[in-house]
Design a protein around this ligand. Structure first.
Ligand SMILES: *Cc1c(COP(=O)(O)O)cnc(C)c1O
Length: 394
């Protein structure tokens, strides 16, 4: 008997889920570059518009290539529904617009993506939605920040750039005991390493721009969760407001998903080797990587994640001067804040991603002047090490 699709393993789902082959018998998923869809009759048009009959109408609502990506990602995250968006930021915006209203309150982990921070503080706040920030790994602080208007807890784990972890199962229990939703940005781990819904989270956010693509080509995002909140409410906002994913980008992300598991394991393997090597360097003061036994939450990382991922950071002795010297001594590694690419990237958080914070805010967030962040790519580990060795005086 043929194996049921819902019994497929992760690698199989990443390669085959979501594709309904057309009458042409194509093997690779087709790109449907069409803005609208044609009906057989006036009655069919009416039935589609009224919702009595399922089917495509207009690509701001649904598009077969985008639907294929959505179904595949939903299958990987173990969610009932997925809505693809034009960017990771529009995935977060769409979730908040669909599920929150004026007067509502968010409790968020402190070290989140910079633009998410700006979205909460500058734009949602204008509409009367307020946010409190807490250290990701301080459960008492999460609980203390919950008030009568709180609607959702928002977490990004591991955090950027210090790789702190949040215990998703514990945060989900906290959320549910107060009648709240737990939303997890799963950008750094992807479903290949961590499945927040299985741990109790209600909604997963993705910037597909990062590891889902994996090769730095397209900007996109996604929201995954249950049929009501995501399939109806977030989708309802998206089809009205329009931050839709393009079919071409959906196709690129589909191809990315096919190798996601392999890539995430390879990123993790390279990152662990680099983290161990950095720990041995005299010029390095400290290394942050959840795969190292020296990481304070190493046990949680082993329990919660299949591997430790591709992101690490470290502090060099000599502050900003030495950190910049190391960056400028590289010849291969790309100096850019992007991440989740086959190409290794390096950045100085204190003067880039965290440059707008005050000195005091940076200090309390642990962003030292000597801190460097590396998104470890898939080049030969020896080449990555050699490129850093120059600036480390090696
Ligand atoms: C990049 C990123 C985002 C935003 O995604 P875009 O695709 O750039 O809009 C959100 N969260 C995290 C963790 C990210 O790294």
């Amino acid at each position: 008997m043929a194996q049921a699709k819902d019994e497929w393993g992760l690698a199989t789902r990443a390669i085959r889920a979501g594709h309904n082959r057309t009458a042409e018998g194509e093997h690779s998923e087709p790109i449907f570059t069409t803005s609208s869809f044609v009906f057989q009759s006036a009655a069919e048009a009416a039935a589609r518009f009224s919702g009595d009959e399922p089917g495509n109408i207009y690509s701001r609502f649904t598009n077969p290539t985008v639907t294929c990506f959505e179904q595949r990602l939903a299958a990987l995250e173990g969610g009932e529904a997925c809505v693809a968006t034009a960017s990771g930021m529009s995935a977060i915006l769409s979730t908040c617009m669909a599920l929150l209203q004026s007067g509502d309150h968010i409790v968020s982990s402190r070290s989140i993506f910079g633009a998410t921070n700006a979205l909460f503080n500058k734009y949602l706040s204008r509409m009367g939605i307020t946010t409190s920030y807490v250290p990701l790994n301080d459960l008492a602080a999460w609980e203390a920040a919950i008030g009568p208007n709180t609607r959702l807890l928002y977490a990004e784990t591991p955090s950027n750039p210090l790789t702190e972890l949040g215990d998703i199962a514990v945060l989900a229990d906290l959320a549910h005991s107060h009648g709240l939703l737990l939303v997890v940005d799963n950008c750094f781990c992807t479903p290949a390493l961590q499945q927040p819904l299985a741990l109790g989270a209600d909604i997963v956010i993705h910037s597909a721009t990062k590891y889902l693509d994996g090769q730095g080509r397209c900007v996109g995002g996604a929201v995954v969760g249950d049929a009501k909140r995501v399939g109806e409410e977030v989708f309802g906002f998206l089809r009205t407001a329009g931050p839709t994913m393009s079919p071409f980008n959906a196709w690129v992300f589909l191809k990315g998903l096919e190798t996601l598991r392999l890539r995430m394991l390879a990123h993790s393997e390279n990152a662990l080797a680099l983290a161990r090597w950095l720990e041995q360097q005299a010029a390095v003061e400290r290394v942050y990587y959840p795969g190292l036994p020296s990481h304070p939450q190493h046990d949680l990382a082993q329990r919660q994640q299949k591997a430790a991922g591709g992101m690490l950071s470290f502090v060099v002795k000599g502050g900003r001067e030495q950190a910049w010297r190391l960056i400028d001594a590289t010849r291969m590694i790309s100096i850019t804040a992007n991440l989740g690419d086959t190409k290794t990237t390096i950045t100085h958080p204190a003067t880039t991603t965290h440059g707008k914070l005050t000195d005091e805010e940076r200090r309390s967030a642990g962003i030292e002047e000597g801190l460097l962040r590396i998104a470890v790519g898939l080049e030969d580990i020896e080449d990555i090490q050699r490129d850093l060795a120059t600036g480390l005086g090696g």
